[in-house]
Write a protein that binds this ligand. Structure first.
Ligand code: GDP
Ligand code: MG
Length: 280
């Protein structure tokens, strides 16, 4: 059900119930902080509240939180910009890595891919299939190889290829697994040895259908690496996309791209105004 319809339903009751409105806002993944802010504003209005007031207040508050323009990506004259793609299992890291590569490539910005998810043989093959299909060079390691060594080699290949971007797909990890998180830090350290600017970007992939879990994931990953962006996938499904707002609001991490399907084209640069129109 759309957010708008849910709010309308709250107003259809005999007796307007603030708790129900609060529940509706929270279950839209707006986050507790923003929900409280919106409720405070509405209570201040002190007159008979209408559904339109709620929608308008939400729109204003959300647009206030989401930056109009995204921070721009630094592109270097003589070396690749490295983007590390991280997240838990199954959120769409590998697919998003391929889509992102396709996005840059079709804008005349060359890309090299690193298959740094060496944890599962199938993950390497999956990215290889994309790399063949999209004609984008890929560097891979052996199954179970050290992901940092794959990224290390891929950096050299990206320089040799004259790529503007090196995008590193990594293994899905539970934010509660200490060793795997340490492994990510090692990837960062090893890349920084090659190039003190690398990785310029550390993007977390979250699945919009997981609701408020996405915020937890962002909190945990952000503790071990300074996340610089978010890719929100599966917005074509039942995903509500509220996590875009809560993660920006609570952690200051901007959404860069959204995934809306399984093909390379189902991927769009994030635009705040358009997003708000779609969710409200
Ligand atoms: P990873 O484990 O994080 O690397 O996740 P994958 O990239 O392997 O994706 C897991 C599943 O989600 C695959 O079946 C993808 O096709 C699917 N997927 C990824 N992104 C999207 C999306 O934006 N929309 C939909 N509907 N499916 C997606
Ligand atoms: Mg994967």
């Amino acid at each position: 059900m759309s957010f708008f319809k849910k709010v309308i339903n709250v107003f259809k009751r005999e007796q307007f119930d603030w708790d129900e409105l609060e529940h509706t806002l929270i279950s839209s993944d707006l986050g507790v902080k923003l929900t409280m802010q919106i409720l405070d504003q509405l209570q201040e209005k002190g007159r008979k509240l209408k559904a339109d007031d709620v929608i308008e207040t939400c729109r204003r508050e959300i647009l206030d939180i989401l930056p109009e323009e995204q921070p721009s990506l630094e592109i270097f004259e003589d070396k690749p910009t490295v983007i590390l793609v991280v997240g838990v299992n199954g959120v769409g890291k590998t697919t998003s890595t391929a889509k992102l590569a396709h996005y840059f490539q079709s804008r005349e910005l060359g890309v090299t891919l690193a298959a740094a998810d060496t944890f599962r043989a199938a993950a390497i093959e999956q990215l290889e299939v994309w790399s063949d299909r999209l004609s984008i060079p890929l560097v891979k390691g052996q199954y179970k190889a050290d992901p940092s060594s794959v990224c290390f080699n891929a950096y050299d290949a990206a320089v040799k290829n004259g790529s503007k971007f090196l995008i590193c797909d990594t293994a899905g990890r539970l934010h509660t697994r200490h060793n795997l998180m340490e492994e990510l830090k090692k990837v960062e350290r090893v890349l920084a040895k090659k190039d003190p600017d690398a990785p310029s970007e550390r993007w977390l992939v979250v699945d919009a259908t997981t609701g408020s879990n996405a915020l937890n994931q962002a909190q945990e990953f952000n503790k071990i690496m300074d996340l610089t962006g978010l890719i929100v996938t599966k917005l074509d499904g039942s995903g509500k996309g509220g996590c875009v707002i809560s993660i920006q609001h609570e952690l200051g991490i901007p959404t860069r791209f959204i995934g809306t399907g399984e093909t390379a084209e189902d991927f769009h640069s994030f635009k705040a105004a358009q997003f708000v129109d779609e969710i409200l």
